[in-house]
Design a protein around this ligand. Structure first.
Ligand SMILES: Cc1cc2nc3c(=O)[nH]c(=O)nc-3n(C[C@H](O)[C@H](O)[C@H](O)COP(=O)(O)O)c2cc1C
Ligand SMILES: O=C(O)C(=O)c1ccccc1
Length: 386
């Protein structure tokens, strides 16, 4: 697998020596700028922006910039092994695609394009409950690729059980339960444009195709999609799901369960005590609580507290190979990539997502080697300085 990433490095450099520019930028920040030029203003700012003043979006990046790598020399890191295994999922590198809803606002092939690109590289994707394609359609596009399922937790037990059984049947192995979005954050950019993503594109395909959800409606989603969407929004928002109800998910999911959106060390301990298999340290890419702490700043204390009991994953602000390295050195066993692959999708569908992933993996590989690290298991805070 290292060879595959290495060869991509050579491919990019050889193209460069031949004077051929890559189709899309190899840099995540530039890709965001070109996505802005390419996308409609509504979808672009929906993807790019954060809650409130954007202070947490910025904090996520600033936290990465405060940590620096201290490279080591002559360490024989020519042959690197970036592969890892997480909750029974073998991975070519410690990277997954974060759950991102309603991808049809970005590209007509939406999650199907993402699923194909992820499968091609063997990178696990996490399918969002709010996706614009169904559980089964995405599974078919993902083929033999590894896939996890993210749950926005309905307050109706029959609907929850139905969605979980569909996901299990379609080959999703790990359940990610997102806890930080029991209502959408205050997002002035979207409010100012009156932009609501679920009203665009193909709507919310998973509940719309779900027999248990459809059974609750007076009119089918095809007859009255606005009413169906409203019903769905009321079902997945609100605070009536608590720690006490986690056993319900356990009863209806026989694979690993990971809680997403954990930011306080006591919540991470509580997740471990509740028998969960992992947590994702995340502030939803700064989209929920404006002024929330940078996700990277709480990672070390959470990894120290529970890292020996459960898996600690990380997202929010990962943009480069060095970022992956830093998060792993601070205790994450893997990271999830959010906005950058969505910009790849906007640029070129499946090819765009594949491009973004290959660039990130090649950059991570090179950064590992040049800083003197051979394997992900070897990383610790000692490779960093603040
Ligand atoms: C457009 C968009 C839609 C998202 N939709 C979901 C979702 O449906 N479920 C979820 O758990 N997280 C969702 N997220 C959050 C991501 O999973 C992830 O936590 C975040 O994007 C990571 O930050 P980053 O974009 O800085 O990498 C979404 C993020 C974006 C940008
Ligand atoms: O916008 C988001 O961050 C998000 O999580 C979401 C929620 C509902 C539908 C689509 C995406």
């Amino acid at each position: 697998m290292a060879e595959r990433f290495g060869s991509y490095q050579s491919e990019i450099y050889l193209q460069g020596f031949g004077g051929t520019k890559p189709e899309f930028s190899t840099d995540a920040t530039r890709l965001e700028s070109s996505a802005e030029a390419l996308m409609e203003p509504g979808p672009f700012s929906y993807v790019a922006s954060g809650a409130g003043s954007g202070s947490t979006v910025r904090a996520n990046r600033e936290a990465f910039d405060r940590w620096k790598l201290v490279p080591r020399m002559l360490t024989d890191s020519t042959d690197r092994d970036l592969s890892t295994s997480l909750l029974g999922t073998p991975m070519p590198a410690p990277v997954l695609l974060a759950p991102v809803g309603v991808q049809s606002i970005v590209h007509p092939e939406a999650e199907l394009a993402t699923a194909r690109a992820a499968a091609e590289l063997g990178v696990p994707m996490v399918l969002s409950t709010a996706s614009s394609k169904t559980i089964e359609e995405v599974a078919a596009a993902n083929g033999a690729g590894p896939r996890w399922f993210q749950l926005y937790w309905p307050n109706d037990p029959d609907v929850t059980a139905s969605i979980l059984s569909r996901a299990k049947k379609a080959g999703y192995t790990t359940l990610v339960v997102t806890l930080d979005t029991w209502t959408l954050g205050w997002r002035p950019c979207d409010l100012d444009q009156a932009y609501l993503p679920f009203l665009e594109g193909e709507g919310v395909a998973i509940p719309f195709s779900d027999p248990a959800f459809r059974a609750l409606l007076d009119k089918t989603p095809e007859e009255d999609s606005a009413a169906a969407i409203l019903r769905w929004i009321f079902m997945v928002t609100g605070t009536d799901r608590t720690w006490r109800q986690l056993p319900f998910l356990r009863e209806h999911w026989d694979g690993p369960i990971v809680l997403k959106g954990i930011q306080h060390v006591d919540d991470a301990r509580r997740a471990a005590d509740a028998g969960m298999d992992g947590v994702i340290v995340s502030n939803h890419g700064g989209r929920q609580v404006d002024g929330a702490v940078a996700a990277l700043d709480v990672l070390p204390e959470i990894a120290t507290a529970v890292g020996d009991r459960i898996e600690v994953l990380f997202d929010s602000g990962v943009r480069t190979g060095s970022d992956v390295l830093k998060a792993l050195a601070l205790g994450a066993s893997a990271v999830l990539l959010g906005r950058p692959y969505v910009y790849g999708l906007a640029h070129g569908g499946e090819a765009g997502v594949r491009h973004v992933l290959r660039c990130l993996l090649a950059d991570f590989d090179i950064s590992m080697g040049l800083s003197g690290n051979r394997s992900v298991g070897q990383l610790s805070p000692s490779v960093l300085r603040r």
